[in-house]
Ligand binder design. Structure first.
Ligand code: PLP
Length: 361
């Protein structure tokens, strides 16, 4: 594996090497069956065991209570932007959204197709450089749910604490699921595309409290009804087999490492190394306000766009890949999800120091 580089891609993103090696083997011949993993019936006992194992590991690692269903769906995290309001809203019903970036904006647009949307907070005028504290918004009393994005992948902001509410709490955790300990019982629904912190693209995990399965309007298409998938253990139709398998392997890796608590400590340390350096210099400026900083995505700027381009090009040459910021805000972004190695962060900071020394303004 000497030819691997440090991959700071925001998603699909770095996965543990041992998972990739195992997956490469299993794709050709799964557990000595003589059949490759992606050639195998999803109803075979071997593959059913893969799905069961992935679900039970997720339940164990996230401490998911028994009254929640775990679904493995397709269509990306973006399909949840409409599935949620399609199942939980309807004519005359209202939902409250916190607008903290591109992903919440897209969700708001879809929700408006199915009901009334109350945007209780927006940091759009500050280029989404912060998330709100509890006192900065109020949830309409007639809202069906409160929706927020726990980690804003593009801007590098993250809710340090989750909203306190009597309402059904819904969160897009695509870019920070399994990165820190959370209390699932506070949520009605959590969803995450796998390709940031859990596996490859192709599967979206939905964790939904059972009582929410009975609210879906009758004219909702079968495939877009949560209950369809909940009742059939995500086997109503062919599930994204390969992606579910890889998520399972990533969860095994995470469990071996010590679980969510252990990875949270590592994530705090990794992000700390980068933020400490950014705070020590005027040369690099973090995009997010300090209280809103993400442990997963660290967005920053250099003094000029020209220096940013030079920085990204030179970093790529020494094996630090994927540092270009999202086109909507430019600059640089280091995505350092669970599987991203600490050594890569140390190497990035060393390069940042060296670059600054050579390119003073
Ligand atoms: C990447 C991302 C999405 C979109 O995921 P897709 O699977 O591409 O639809 C949604 N929300 C957040 C927070 C993301 O980071």
């Amino acid at each position: 594996m000497v030819d691997r580089v440090y991959n700071f891609s925001p998603g699909p993103a770095t996965l543990p090497v041992e998972v990739l090696v195992q997956a490469a083997k299993d794709v050709v011949n799964f557990k000595e069956t003589g059949i490759g993993l992606i050639e195998m019936s999803h109803r075979s006992k071997e593959f059913m065991a893969v799905t069961d194992n992935t679900e039970s590991l997720l339940r164990e690692l996230m401490d998911i209570p028994d009254n929640y269903k775990v679904l493995f769906l397709q269509g990306g995290a973006s399909s949840q932007f409409y599935m949620i309001p399609m199942n939980l809203l309807g004519d005359g019903k209202k939902a409250t959204y916190l607008n903290t970036g591109t992903w919440s904006k897209k969700a708001i647009k879809e929700a408006k197709l199915f009901g009334t949307v109350d945007v209780a907070y927006s940091s759009e005028e500050q280029t989404f450089n912060r998330v709100p504290g509890q006192s900065e918004y109020t949830v309409a009393p007639d809202s069906e749910y409160l929706y927020f994005v726990s980690n804003n992948t593009i801007y590098g902001t993250q809710f340090p604490d989750f909203p306190e509410t009597e309402k059904v709490l819904i969160s897009d955790m695509s870019s920070d699921i399994l990165s820190r300990k959370i209390d699932v019982s506070r949520f009605g629904l959590i969803f995450a595309g796998a390709q940031k912190n859990m596996g490859p693209a192709g599967v979206t995990v939905v964790i939904i409290r059972e009582d929410l399965l009975d609210r879906t309007p009758e004219n909702t298409p079968t495939m877009l009804t949560y209950k369809t998938h909940a009742d059939k253990g995500s086997m109503f139709n062919t599930p994204p087999c390969f992606a579910i398998y890889v998520v399972g392997e990533v969860l095994k890796w995470l469990k071996k490492l010590g679980g969510v608590e252990a990875i949270e400590a590592i994530n705090r340390e990794k992000a700390g190394i980068l933020y400490d350096y950014i705070d020590s210099t005027e040369y690099y400026r973090g995009h997010a306000e300090k209280e809103s900083r993400s442990m997963m995505n660290i967005s920053f700027n250099l003094p000029t766009p020209e220096l940013e381009a030079q920085f990204i090009a030179e970093a790529t040459e020494i094996g630090l890949n994927g540092l270009k910021g999202h086109r909507s805000i430019g600059g640089c972004r280091a995505s350092i999800y669970n599987a991203f190695p600490r050594d890569g962060v140390v190497k990035l900071v060393a390069f940042m120091k060296e670059f600054e020394g050579r390119n003073k303004v």
